[in-house]
Design a protein around this ligand. Structure first.
Ligand code: ADE
Length: 321
């Protein structure tokens, strides 16, 4: 006899009705824009807009990066989008220091990247404001940056556009790096054999902030992990002084200064931080501190600036707001 008159169920059917779908069904279900409520704009780039968005099913907040397909195709930027997706997928197994890519989807006009929402904004806004930012904060966040760069190197990725705008803070005030559109995957053949044309294309498509670009990137020579070490030097300089090491009235003049290593330290600049910056801001990428280290950046870890850091347990971030 049927349990409910007129409804015929086979055993397998009944079983599938009784047991809830395994969690992976929900986790792997293809999302669309209608799964989210889109809120305010939290970031804008030349080719994308980032929105704060809420998953309507879980109420969880995400940062959703939206790219207009037509614009990307017209400007020939599709390879950068695909690169960013690939890098974010490679980094998705890293629990710290990088935004996580939860999923991607598209509609007829747009591409969507669903990312970790970094609640506490950009490092840049705290460097500009100064406030309680001090040498202790610089040391802590320089340490997190070194750990993030070690992880990137371990995954064979060069960020190539590291700057305070691309360093965000999560809800616990740990850093999260974003914006991997300019990144290079060292092990990937397409990147390894970057021919002259491609190098020229990369140089001409430079849209980043001039202040952090390495001399080798400007000179069109091979860029590697050491390009991120140059940016680290610029960022530490800025964290200590609130100023850019290379500043001038135009991008062209900034590039000239970078190529001539023309910069100075303010008088009251912390002495050990100065020594560290001088060892990172070296024109020859092979001579930069850390450039010849194998896995961890041991020579950076051993620098006097980090003498009181326990690299295995860096502890909680200092208060600075
Ligand atoms: N701006 C750009 N990306 C962001 C993110 N993941 N979280 C917060 N603000 C952002």
């Amino acid at each position: 006899m049927d349990a409910v008159p007129g409804v015929h169920l086979r055993v397998g059917q009944l079983h599938s009705m009784m047991t809830p779908p395994p969690p992976s069904d929900e986790a792997t279900r293809k999302r669309s824009a209608s799964d989210f409520v889109f809120g305010k704009v939290i970031g804008e780039g030349s080719f994308s807009t980032v929105y704060l968005a809420k998953d309507i099913h879980t109420n969880k907040e995400f940062a959703i990066k939206v790219l207009e397909k037509r614009h990307m195709i017209r400007e020939k930027k599709m390879e950068y989008v695909l690169r960013e997706k690939k890098v974010l997928q490679i980094l998705s197994g890293c629990p710290n220091y990088f935004v996580k890519l939860y999923c991607t989807f598209q509609d007829t006009e747009r591409l969507y990247f669903v990312l970790t929402y970094a609640k506490n904004g950009e490092l840049l806004s705290f460097l500009n404001k100064k406030g309680l930012w001090n040498i202790e904060c610089t040391k802590y966040y320089a340490t997190e940056l070194v750990l993030a760069l070690e992880e990137l190197k371990f995954k064979e990725i060069v960020h190539r556009d590291l700057k305070p705008e691309n360093i965000l803070f999560d809800e616990n005030w740990h850093i999260l790096l974003i914006d991997f559109g300019s990144a290079k995957i060292v092990s990937s053949n397409e990147d390894k054999i970057e021919n002259e044309d491609e190098t020229k294309k990369r140089k001409n498509s430079f849209v980043g902030t001039a202040q952090y670009v390495s001399p080798e990137l400007l000179k069109n020579t091979e860029t590697g992990y050491a390009s991120d070490l140059w940016a680290l030097g610029c960022i530490i300089y800025q964290m200590v002084s609130g100023l850019h090491p290379f500043h001038a009235g135009s991008e062209y003049l900034i590039f000239q200064k970078i190529l001539k290593l023309e910069y100075e330290f303010p008088e009251n600049f912390d002495k050990t931080a100065k020594d560290l910056v001088e060892k990172l801001l070296v024109l020859n990428p092979d001579k930069r501190l850390g450039a010849t280290d194998i896995k961890p950046y041991s020579s950076i870890r051993q620098h006097e600036f980090f003498s009181d850091i326990d690299w295995d347990n860096i502890g909680p971030p200092p208060k600075f707001i």
